[in-house]
Ligand binder design. Structure first.
Ligand code: BGC
Ligand code: CA
Length: 515
Protein backbone atom coordinates (compact mmCIF):
# COMPACT_ATOMS: atom_id res chain seq x y z
CA UNK A 1 0.00 0.00 0.00
CA UNK A 2 1.37 3.48 -0.76
CA UNK A 3 2.41 5.48 2.30
CA UNK A 4 2.95 9.21 2.54
CA UNK A 5 6.73 9.28 2.16
CA UNK A 6 7.26 11.92 4.86
CA UNK A 7 5.94 9.61 7.59
CA UNK A 8 9.11 7.52 7.44
CA UNK A 9 11.16 10.26 9.08
CA UNK A 10 8.38 11.97 11.02
CA UNK A 11 8.83 12.78 14.71
CA UNK A 12 5.56 14.23 15.97
CA UNK A 13 4.88 16.87 18.57
CA UNK A 14 1.36 17.04 19.97
CA UNK A 15 0.05 20.50 20.74
CA UNK A 16 -2.92 21.18 22.96
CA UNK A 17 -3.75 24.61 21.51
CA UNK A 18 -5.34 26.03 24.66
CA UNK A 19 -2.11 25.62 26.56
CA UNK A 20 0.82 26.14 24.25
CA UNK A 21 1.40 29.84 23.72
CA UNK A 22 -0.89 32.82 24.07
CA UNK A 23 0.11 35.46 21.53
CA UNK A 24 -2.64 38.01 22.16
CA UNK A 25 -2.54 37.98 25.95
CA UNK A 26 -6.12 36.87 26.58
CA UNK A 27 -4.98 33.98 28.78
CA UNK A 28 -5.52 31.13 26.35
CA UNK A 29 -3.19 29.66 23.75
CA UNK A 30 -3.80 30.42 20.08
CA UNK A 31 -2.63 29.64 16.56
CA UNK A 32 -0.48 32.75 16.34
CA UNK A 33 1.29 31.52 19.47
CA UNK A 34 1.94 28.14 17.86
CA UNK A 35 3.37 29.84 14.77
CA UNK A 36 5.69 31.88 16.98
CA UNK A 37 7.10 28.66 18.47
CA UNK A 38 7.63 26.65 15.26
CA UNK A 39 11.35 27.37 15.31
CA UNK A 40 11.60 26.03 18.86
CA UNK A 41 9.70 22.88 17.84
CA UNK A 42 11.85 22.33 14.77
CA UNK A 43 15.04 22.98 16.71
CA UNK A 44 14.03 20.35 19.25
CA UNK A 45 13.86 17.85 16.39
CA UNK A 46 10.14 17.59 15.75
CA UNK A 47 9.16 17.85 12.12
CA UNK A 48 5.44 17.11 12.40
CA UNK A 49 2.60 18.37 14.54
CA UNK A 50 -0.70 17.03 15.74
CA UNK A 51 -3.08 19.72 16.96
CA UNK A 52 -5.94 18.82 19.26
CA UNK A 53 -9.33 20.04 17.92
CA UNK A 54 -9.33 23.76 17.21
CA UNK A 55 -12.82 24.18 15.77
CA UNK A 56 -15.90 26.05 16.93
CA UNK A 57 -17.22 24.25 19.98
CA UNK A 58 -18.98 24.87 23.27
CA UNK A 59 -15.93 23.13 24.82
CA UNK A 60 -17.79 20.68 27.01
CA UNK A 61 -15.06 18.19 26.11
CA UNK A 62 -12.23 20.63 25.32
CA UNK A 63 -13.20 20.81 21.65
CA UNK A 64 -13.93 17.11 21.07
CA UNK A 65 -17.51 18.34 20.87
CA UNK A 66 -17.37 20.01 17.48
CA UNK A 67 -20.05 22.51 16.61
CA UNK A 68 -18.68 23.58 13.22
CA UNK A 69 -16.12 21.40 11.44
CA UNK A 70 -15.34 24.12 8.93
CA UNK A 71 -14.42 26.94 11.24
CA UNK A 72 -11.55 27.58 13.64
CA UNK A 73 -12.74 28.52 17.14
CA UNK A 74 -12.41 32.31 17.51
CA UNK A 75 -10.48 31.85 20.74
CA UNK A 76 -7.67 30.30 18.68
CA UNK A 77 -7.89 32.60 15.66
CA UNK A 78 -9.34 32.28 12.18
CA UNK A 79 -9.24 29.83 9.30
CA UNK A 80 -6.68 32.13 7.71
CA UNK A 81 -4.47 31.83 10.78
CA UNK A 82 -4.62 28.04 10.51
CA UNK A 83 -3.70 28.23 6.82
CA UNK A 84 -0.77 30.43 7.79
CA UNK A 85 0.28 27.80 10.32
CA UNK A 86 0.25 25.17 7.53
CA UNK A 87 2.32 27.44 5.30
CA UNK A 88 4.81 28.37 8.00
CA UNK A 89 5.18 24.71 8.96
CA UNK A 90 5.69 23.66 5.35
CA UNK A 91 8.34 26.35 4.92
CA UNK A 92 10.25 24.59 7.68
CA UNK A 93 9.71 21.14 6.17
CA UNK A 94 7.17 20.27 8.80
CA UNK A 95 3.76 18.63 8.46
CA UNK A 96 0.56 19.31 10.38
CA UNK A 97 -2.18 16.86 11.36
CA UNK A 98 -5.53 18.16 12.54
CA UNK A 99 -7.82 16.25 14.87
CA UNK A 100 -10.86 14.75 13.16
CA UNK A 101 -13.75 13.82 15.42
CA UNK A 102 -15.95 11.58 13.26
CA UNK A 103 -17.95 9.64 15.86
CA UNK A 104 -19.97 12.45 17.40
CA UNK A 105 -20.59 16.16 17.28
CA UNK A 106 -21.60 18.71 19.86
CA UNK A 107 -25.32 18.82 20.50
CA UNK A 108 -25.03 22.42 19.30
CA UNK A 109 -23.93 21.35 15.83
CA UNK A 110 -26.37 22.44 13.11
CA UNK A 111 -26.64 18.86 11.88
CA UNK A 112 -27.87 17.82 15.30
CA UNK A 113 -30.31 20.70 15.66
CA UNK A 114 -31.82 19.73 12.31
CA UNK A 115 -31.88 16.05 13.26
CA UNK A 116 -33.72 16.89 16.47
CA UNK A 117 -36.63 18.53 14.59
CA UNK A 118 -39.92 16.63 14.62
CA UNK A 119 -40.42 17.13 10.90
CA UNK A 120 -38.45 14.75 8.74
CA UNK A 121 -35.54 16.41 6.91
CA UNK A 122 -32.21 15.47 5.34
CA UNK A 123 -30.51 15.29 8.77
CA UNK A 124 -33.13 13.08 10.45
CA UNK A 125 -30.93 9.98 10.11
CA UNK A 126 -27.61 11.77 10.74
CA UNK A 127 -27.78 10.70 14.42
CA UNK A 128 -29.06 7.54 16.09
CA UNK A 129 -32.60 7.91 17.40
CA UNK A 130 -34.89 5.40 19.03
CA UNK A 131 -38.49 5.07 17.92
CA UNK A 132 -40.07 7.20 20.58
CA UNK A 133 -39.14 9.16 23.64
CA UNK A 134 -40.36 6.22 25.73
CA UNK A 135 -38.21 3.68 23.99
CA UNK A 136 -34.66 3.46 25.26
CA UNK A 137 -33.39 -0.04 24.49
CA UNK A 138 -30.90 -1.51 26.96
CA UNK A 139 -27.21 -1.50 26.31
CA UNK A 140 -26.90 2.05 24.96
CA UNK A 141 -26.60 5.53 26.42
CA UNK A 142 -29.68 7.58 25.58
CA UNK A 143 -30.78 11.15 26.10
CA UNK A 144 -34.44 12.04 26.07
CA UNK A 145 -36.23 15.28 26.74
CA UNK A 146 -33.70 17.55 25.11
CA UNK A 147 -35.53 17.94 21.78
CA UNK A 148 -39.04 18.02 20.39
CA UNK A 149 -38.47 15.02 18.18
CA UNK A 150 -40.28 11.97 19.52
CA UNK A 151 -37.26 9.80 20.19
CA UNK A 152 -34.22 9.36 22.39
CA UNK A 153 -30.77 9.89 20.90
CA UNK A 154 -27.67 7.86 21.51
CA UNK A 155 -24.48 9.28 22.99
CA UNK A 156 -20.99 8.44 21.85
CA UNK A 157 -19.13 9.85 24.85
CA UNK A 158 -20.24 12.73 27.10
CA UNK A 159 -23.79 14.03 27.48
CA UNK A 160 -23.08 16.78 24.96
CA UNK A 161 -21.80 14.35 22.29
CA UNK A 162 -24.58 12.61 20.34
CA UNK A 163 -23.39 9.70 18.19
CA UNK A 164 -23.33 10.28 14.46
CA UNK A 165 -25.19 7.58 12.59
CA UNK A 166 -23.01 5.31 10.46
CA UNK A 167 -25.51 2.49 10.91
CA UNK A 168 -25.34 -0.90 12.61
CA UNK A 169 -23.58 -4.08 11.63
CA UNK A 170 -25.55 -6.70 13.59
CA UNK A 171 -29.16 -5.56 13.57
CA UNK A 172 -30.85 -6.64 16.80
CA UNK A 173 -33.87 -4.33 16.54
CA UNK A 174 -34.87 -3.41 13.01
CA UNK A 175 -37.39 -0.86 14.29
CA UNK A 176 -34.73 1.76 14.79
CA UNK A 177 -31.35 0.31 13.77
CA UNK A 178 -30.31 1.00 10.18
CA UNK A 179 -27.79 -1.18 8.35
CA UNK A 180 -24.43 0.45 7.77
CA UNK A 181 -24.92 -0.22 4.07
CA UNK A 182 -28.29 1.54 3.93
CA UNK A 183 -28.42 4.68 1.82
CA UNK A 184 -29.98 6.62 4.69
CA UNK A 185 -26.69 6.56 6.63
CA UNK A 186 -24.32 7.03 3.69
CA UNK A 187 -24.44 10.86 3.92
CA UNK A 188 -22.70 10.71 7.31
CA UNK A 189 -19.40 9.44 5.88
CA UNK A 190 -19.84 11.66 2.84
CA UNK A 191 -20.06 14.63 5.21
CA UNK A 192 -16.91 13.54 7.04
CA UNK A 193 -15.02 13.12 3.76
CA UNK A 194 -16.09 16.64 2.88
CA UNK A 195 -14.63 17.92 6.16
CA UNK A 196 -11.37 16.13 5.37
CA UNK A 197 -11.15 17.54 1.86
CA UNK A 198 -11.93 21.04 3.12
CA UNK A 199 -8.86 21.11 5.38
CA UNK A 200 -6.60 19.11 3.07
CA UNK A 201 -7.33 21.64 0.33
CA UNK A 202 -6.25 24.36 2.72
CA UNK A 203 -2.94 22.66 3.39
CA UNK A 204 -3.44 20.20 6.25
CA UNK A 205 -1.28 17.08 5.94
CA UNK A 206 -3.75 14.64 7.41
CA UNK A 207 -5.67 13.78 10.54
CA UNK A 208 -5.42 12.13 13.88
CA UNK A 209 -8.78 10.42 14.06
CA UNK A 210 -10.59 10.46 17.38
CA UNK A 211 -12.24 7.21 18.55
CA UNK A 212 -11.79 5.83 15.05
CA UNK A 213 -13.24 2.47 15.99
CA UNK A 214 -16.53 3.93 17.19
CA UNK A 215 -18.40 4.57 13.94
CA UNK A 216 -20.63 1.58 13.18
CA UNK A 217 -22.58 0.25 16.18
CA UNK A 218 -22.98 -3.46 17.06
CA UNK A 219 -19.81 -4.13 15.11
CA UNK A 220 -17.82 -6.41 17.40
CA UNK A 221 -15.18 -7.41 14.86
CA UNK A 222 -15.09 -3.82 13.52
CA UNK A 223 -15.44 -5.10 9.95
CA UNK A 224 -18.13 -2.55 9.06
CA UNK A 225 -16.25 0.33 10.66
CA UNK A 226 -13.11 -0.77 8.80
CA UNK A 227 -15.09 -0.90 5.54
CA UNK A 228 -16.03 2.74 6.03
CA UNK A 229 -12.47 3.83 6.73
CA UNK A 230 -11.22 2.07 3.63
CA UNK A 231 -13.46 4.42 1.68
CA UNK A 232 -11.73 7.36 3.30
CA UNK A 233 -8.37 5.80 2.52
CA UNK A 234 -9.34 5.30 -1.13
CA UNK A 235 -10.28 8.96 -1.35
CA UNK A 236 -6.90 9.95 0.08
CA UNK A 237 -4.94 7.53 -2.12
CA UNK A 238 -6.66 8.98 -5.16
CA UNK A 239 -6.61 12.70 -4.36
CA UNK A 240 -4.20 13.31 -1.47
CA UNK A 241 -1.59 10.54 -1.52
CA UNK A 242 0.68 12.48 0.86
CA UNK A 243 -2.02 12.92 3.50
CA UNK A 244 -1.71 10.75 6.61
CA UNK A 245 -4.47 9.10 8.62
CA UNK A 246 -3.57 8.25 12.20
CA UNK A 247 -6.08 6.37 14.29
CA UNK A 248 -6.88 6.40 17.94
CA UNK A 249 -7.73 2.71 17.92
CA UNK A 250 -4.95 0.91 19.76
CA UNK A 251 -5.36 -2.22 17.75
CA UNK A 252 -2.85 -1.93 14.94
CA UNK A 253 -3.69 -5.11 13.01
CA UNK A 254 -7.31 -3.99 12.70
CA UNK A 255 -6.71 -0.25 12.29
CA UNK A 256 -3.88 -0.66 9.78
CA UNK A 257 -4.53 -3.91 7.95
CA UNK A 258 -8.31 -3.85 7.91
CA UNK A 259 -9.28 -0.18 8.14
CA UNK A 260 -6.38 1.18 6.09
CA UNK A 261 -4.95 3.69 8.54
CA UNK A 262 -1.36 4.69 7.90
CA UNK A 263 -0.63 4.75 11.62
CA UNK A 264 -2.25 3.61 14.85
CA UNK A 265 -1.53 5.00 18.29
CA UNK A 266 -0.33 2.98 21.22
CA UNK A 267 -1.49 4.80 24.33
CA UNK A 268 -1.82 3.51 27.87
CA UNK A 269 -4.03 0.51 27.17
CA UNK A 270 -3.46 -2.41 29.49
CA UNK A 271 -1.37 -5.24 28.09
CA UNK A 272 0.27 -3.03 25.47
CA UNK A 273 3.91 -1.97 25.17
CA UNK A 274 3.45 1.47 26.71
CA UNK A 275 1.69 0.01 29.72
CA UNK A 276 4.56 -2.37 30.43
CA UNK A 277 7.16 0.28 29.59
CA UNK A 278 5.92 3.30 31.53
CA UNK A 279 2.82 2.82 33.63
CA UNK A 280 2.38 -0.64 35.06
CA UNK A 281 1.98 -1.05 38.80
CA UNK A 282 1.76 -4.16 40.92
CA UNK A 283 -1.03 -5.02 43.36
CA UNK A 284 0.67 -3.05 46.12
CA UNK A 285 0.72 0.04 43.90
CA UNK A 286 4.48 0.00 43.28
CA UNK A 287 5.71 0.56 39.74
CA UNK A 288 6.70 -2.55 37.85
CA UNK A 289 7.21 -0.69 34.59
CA UNK A 290 10.27 -1.63 32.54
CA UNK A 291 11.75 1.88 32.83
CA UNK A 292 11.28 2.11 36.58
CA UNK A 293 14.84 1.70 37.83
CA UNK A 294 13.92 -0.34 40.87
CA UNK A 295 11.48 -2.66 39.09
CA UNK A 296 14.13 -4.92 37.52
CA UNK A 297 11.80 -6.54 35.05
CA UNK A 298 12.66 -8.25 31.81
CA UNK A 299 11.58 -6.52 28.60
CA UNK A 300 10.13 -9.77 27.37
CA UNK A 301 6.50 -9.19 28.37
CA UNK A 302 6.64 -5.59 27.20
CA UNK A 303 7.72 -6.63 23.72
CA UNK A 304 5.74 -9.78 23.11
CA UNK A 305 2.49 -8.41 21.73
CA UNK A 306 4.20 -5.39 20.20
CA UNK A 307 6.57 -7.49 18.10
CA UNK A 308 3.70 -9.68 17.02
CA UNK A 309 1.65 -6.65 15.93
CA UNK A 310 4.71 -5.13 14.27
CA UNK A 311 5.16 -8.28 12.19
CA UNK A 312 1.47 -8.39 11.30
CA UNK A 313 1.39 -4.78 10.10
CA UNK A 314 4.78 -4.77 8.38
CA UNK A 315 4.69 -2.85 5.07
CA UNK A 316 1.11 -1.72 5.72
CA UNK A 317 1.54 1.03 8.30
CA UNK A 318 3.12 2.14 11.54
CA UNK A 319 2.49 1.56 15.19
CA UNK A 320 3.09 4.91 16.87
CA UNK A 321 4.26 5.01 20.46
CA UNK A 322 3.51 8.19 22.39
CA UNK A 323 5.13 9.82 25.42
CA UNK A 324 1.65 10.56 26.71
CA UNK A 325 -1.23 12.74 25.62
CA UNK A 326 -4.04 14.96 26.85
CA UNK A 327 -6.01 11.98 28.20
CA UNK A 328 -3.47 10.43 30.57
CA UNK A 329 -1.30 11.59 33.45
CA UNK A 330 2.00 12.91 32.18
CA UNK A 331 4.98 10.58 31.94
CA UNK A 332 6.64 12.49 34.80
CA UNK A 333 3.85 11.24 37.06
CA UNK A 334 5.17 7.70 36.58
CA UNK A 335 8.90 7.98 35.99
CA UNK A 336 11.59 10.25 37.42
CA UNK A 337 13.86 12.26 35.16
CA UNK A 338 16.66 9.71 34.95
CA UNK A 339 14.11 7.05 34.02
CA UNK A 340 12.45 9.30 31.47
CA UNK A 341 15.74 9.95 29.70
CA UNK A 342 16.03 6.22 29.03
CA UNK A 343 12.37 6.01 28.14
CA UNK A 344 12.98 8.66 25.47
CA UNK A 345 15.88 6.64 24.07
CA UNK A 346 13.41 3.80 23.61
CA UNK A 347 10.57 5.97 22.26
CA UNK A 348 12.80 7.69 19.74
CA UNK A 349 14.46 4.53 18.46
CA UNK A 350 11.39 2.38 17.93
CA UNK A 351 9.85 1.69 14.53
CA UNK A 352 6.81 3.76 13.55
CA UNK A 353 6.54 7.50 14.08
CA UNK A 354 7.03 8.62 17.70
CA UNK A 355 4.72 11.21 19.25
CA UNK A 356 5.85 13.50 22.06
CA UNK A 357 3.22 15.38 24.05
CA UNK A 358 4.04 19.10 24.43
CA UNK A 359 5.99 19.74 27.61
CA UNK A 360 7.12 16.13 28.05
CA UNK A 361 10.42 17.13 26.44
CA UNK A 362 11.10 19.46 29.39
CA UNK A 363 9.59 17.18 32.01
CA UNK A 364 6.41 19.11 32.75
CA UNK A 365 4.47 17.79 35.68
CA UNK A 366 1.02 16.37 36.13
CA UNK A 367 -0.80 18.83 38.37
CA UNK A 368 -3.97 17.37 39.84
CA UNK A 369 -6.66 20.04 40.00
CA UNK A 370 -10.27 20.91 39.42
CA UNK A 371 -11.70 19.83 36.09
CA UNK A 372 -11.79 22.24 33.17
CA UNK A 373 -13.90 21.78 30.04
CA UNK A 374 -14.63 18.12 30.66
CA UNK A 375 -11.04 17.26 31.47
CA UNK A 376 -11.61 15.70 34.91
CA UNK A 377 -8.41 13.88 35.92
CA UNK A 378 -6.97 14.75 32.50
CA UNK A 379 -6.88 18.46 33.34
CA UNK A 380 -3.64 17.97 35.25
CA UNK A 381 -1.86 17.07 32.00
CA UNK A 382 -3.21 20.08 30.12
CA UNK A 383 -1.54 22.99 31.92
CA UNK A 384 0.26 25.76 30.00
CA UNK A 385 3.67 25.22 28.46
CA UNK A 386 6.42 26.83 30.48
CA UNK A 387 8.79 28.78 28.30
CA UNK A 388 10.97 30.67 30.78
CA UNK A 389 10.87 31.88 34.35
CA UNK A 390 9.51 35.31 33.43
CA UNK A 391 6.56 36.66 35.34
CA UNK A 392 3.62 36.61 35.32
CA UNK A 393 3.14 33.23 33.62
CA UNK A 394 6.46 31.63 32.65
CA UNK A 395 6.32 33.01 29.14
CA UNK A 396 2.99 31.39 28.30
CA UNK A 397 0.88 34.55 28.42
CA UNK A 398 1.07 38.18 29.43
CA UNK A 399 -2.44 38.02 30.92
CA UNK A 400 -2.87 38.57 34.64
CA UNK A 401 -2.21 35.23 36.31
CA UNK A 402 -5.81 34.87 37.49
CA UNK A 403 -6.99 35.16 33.87
CA UNK A 404 -5.29 32.05 32.50
CA UNK A 405 -7.22 29.19 30.93
CA UNK A 406 -5.35 26.97 33.38
CA UNK A 407 -2.61 28.06 35.72
CA UNK A 408 1.06 27.32 35.02
CA UNK A 409 3.09 25.12 37.36
CA UNK A 410 4.05 27.63 40.07
CA UNK A 411 6.30 25.35 42.11
CA UNK A 412 9.80 26.70 42.74
CA UNK A 413 11.50 24.05 40.64
CA UNK A 414 8.98 24.04 37.80
CA UNK A 415 10.75 23.05 34.57
CA UNK A 416 10.89 25.52 31.68
CA UNK A 417 12.33 25.61 28.18
CA UNK A 418 14.98 28.28 28.75
CA UNK A 419 16.52 26.49 31.75
CA UNK A 420 16.40 23.14 30.01
CA UNK A 421 18.05 24.53 26.91
CA UNK A 422 20.95 26.04 28.80
CA UNK A 423 21.69 22.87 30.78
CA UNK A 424 23.74 20.40 28.75
CA UNK A 425 22.47 17.45 30.81
CA UNK A 426 18.80 18.31 30.64
CA UNK A 427 16.04 16.06 29.43
CA UNK A 428 15.45 18.54 26.60
CA UNK A 429 19.03 18.07 25.42
CA UNK A 430 18.63 14.30 25.47
CA UNK A 431 15.41 14.50 23.46
CA UNK A 432 16.92 16.94 20.96
CA UNK A 433 20.05 14.83 20.48
CA UNK A 434 18.02 11.66 20.00
CA UNK A 435 15.69 13.28 17.48
CA UNK A 436 18.70 14.55 15.55
CA UNK A 437 20.28 11.08 15.54
CA UNK A 438 17.01 9.57 14.40
CA UNK A 439 16.71 11.95 11.45
CA UNK A 440 20.30 11.31 10.43
CA UNK A 441 20.14 7.49 10.52
CA UNK A 442 17.83 5.86 8.01
CA UNK A 443 18.11 2.70 10.15
CA UNK A 444 16.09 4.48 12.83
CA UNK A 445 13.28 5.62 10.55
CA UNK A 446 9.74 4.34 10.87
CA UNK A 447 9.86 1.54 8.33
CA UNK A 448 13.16 -0.09 9.17
CA UNK A 449 13.05 -3.46 10.91
CA UNK A 450 13.45 -4.09 14.61
CA UNK A 451 15.18 -7.29 15.71
CA UNK A 452 15.69 -8.23 19.33
CA UNK A 453 19.29 -9.29 19.89
CA UNK A 454 19.32 -9.76 23.66
CA UNK A 455 16.68 -9.70 26.38
CA UNK A 456 17.81 -10.86 29.82
CA UNK A 457 15.74 -11.67 32.92
CA UNK A 458 17.66 -8.86 34.69
CA UNK A 459 16.30 -6.24 32.30
CA UNK A 460 19.03 -5.80 29.70
CA UNK A 461 17.57 -5.24 26.26
CA UNK A 462 19.38 -4.91 22.96
CA UNK A 463 17.65 -4.48 19.61
CA UNK A 464 18.89 -3.81 16.14
CA UNK A 465 17.22 -1.36 13.80
CA UNK A 466 17.80 -1.94 10.14
CA UNK A 467 21.12 -3.55 9.31
CA UNK A 468 23.63 -1.69 11.43
CA UNK A 469 22.15 0.34 14.25
CA UNK A 470 21.76 -1.08 17.77
CA UNK A 471 20.18 0.14 20.98
CA UNK A 472 21.37 -1.36 24.25
CA UNK A 473 19.53 -0.58 27.49
CA UNK A 474 19.99 -1.20 31.17
CA UNK A 475 17.14 0.73 32.82
CA UNK A 476 17.85 -0.67 36.29
CA UNK A 477 19.69 0.91 39.21
CA UNK A 478 22.22 -1.96 39.21
CA UNK A 479 25.18 -2.68 36.98
CA UNK A 480 24.33 -5.35 34.40
CA UNK A 481 26.22 -7.46 31.92
CA UNK A 482 25.47 -7.81 28.24
CA UNK A 483 26.93 -10.35 25.83
CA UNK A 484 26.56 -7.90 22.96
CA UNK A 485 29.76 -6.14 22.02
CA UNK A 486 29.35 -2.45 21.44
CA UNK A 487 30.53 -1.12 18.08
CA UNK A 488 30.98 2.54 17.35
CA UNK A 489 28.83 4.58 19.71
CA UNK A 490 26.67 7.40 18.45
CA UNK A 491 24.87 8.08 21.74
CA UNK A 492 25.59 7.17 25.34
CA UNK A 493 23.83 7.81 28.63
CA UNK A 494 25.60 6.18 31.58
CA UNK A 495 28.48 3.92 30.49
CA UNK A 496 28.95 0.76 28.52
CA UNK A 497 32.46 -0.66 28.60
CA UNK A 498 33.89 -3.92 27.33
CA UNK A 499 35.73 -6.16 29.74
CA UNK A 500 36.79 -9.79 29.41
CA UNK A 501 34.64 -10.32 26.34
CA UNK A 502 31.41 -8.95 27.81
CA UNK A 503 29.91 -5.49 28.02
CA UNK A 504 29.52 -3.94 31.47
CA UNK A 505 26.59 -1.60 31.73
CA UNK A 506 26.53 0.97 34.52
CA UNK A 507 23.12 1.55 36.18
CA UNK A 508 20.66 3.33 33.89
CA UNK A 509 22.69 3.09 30.75
CA UNK A 510 21.50 3.50 27.18
CA UNK A 511 23.78 3.27 24.16
CA UNK A 512 23.09 3.59 20.47
CA UNK A 513 25.86 2.16 18.33
CA UNK A 514 26.59 0.87 14.89
CA UNK A 515 28.50 -2.08 13.56
C1 BGC B 1 -10.03 12.03 22.98
C2 BGC B 1 -10.58 12.56 24.26
C3 BGC B 1 -12.05 12.84 24.06
C4 BGC B 1 -12.78 11.61 23.53
C5 BGC B 1 -14.13 11.95 22.99
C6 BGC B 1 -10.77 10.75 22.86
O1 BGC B 1 -10.29 9.59 22.99
O2 BGC B 1 -8.64 11.85 22.96
O3 BGC B 1 -9.89 13.67 24.71
O4 BGC B 1 -12.62 13.21 25.28
O5 BGC B 1 -12.10 10.98 22.51
O6 BGC B 1 -14.04 12.65 21.80
CA1 CA C 1 -4.84 33.95 23.09
Amino acid sequence: MPQPAWLDDAVFYQIYPQSFCDANGDGIGDIEGIISKLDYIRRTGFNALWLNPCFVSPFKDAGYDVQDYFKVAPRYGTNDDLVRLFDEAHRRNMHVLLDLVPGHTSDRCRWFKMSAKPLRNKYSDRYIWSNSGWSRPDGYNWVVGNADRNGAYMLNFFLSQPALNYGFNNITDADWQISYRDKRVKPTMVAMLKVMRFWLDKGADGFRVDMADSLVKNDPDKSATAWLWRKARRMLDRHYPQAALVSEWCNAPVAINKAGFHCDFLLNHGGKLTDFAFYKRNEQGASCAYFCKTAHVSAQQMLQLYLDELAKTRNNGYICVVSGNHDVERLSHYLDESERKLAFVFLLTLPGAPFVYYGDEIGMRYIAQQSKEGGFHRTGSRTPMQWDDAQPNMGFSTAASGKLYLDVDRQQDAPCVSKQMSNGNSLWNVVRTLAEIRHAQADLHASSEMTVVECTPQGVLCYRRGQHTYVLLNPTDCPQVSTVSVGSKIFELGTASEKDGVTMLAPQTAVIFQK
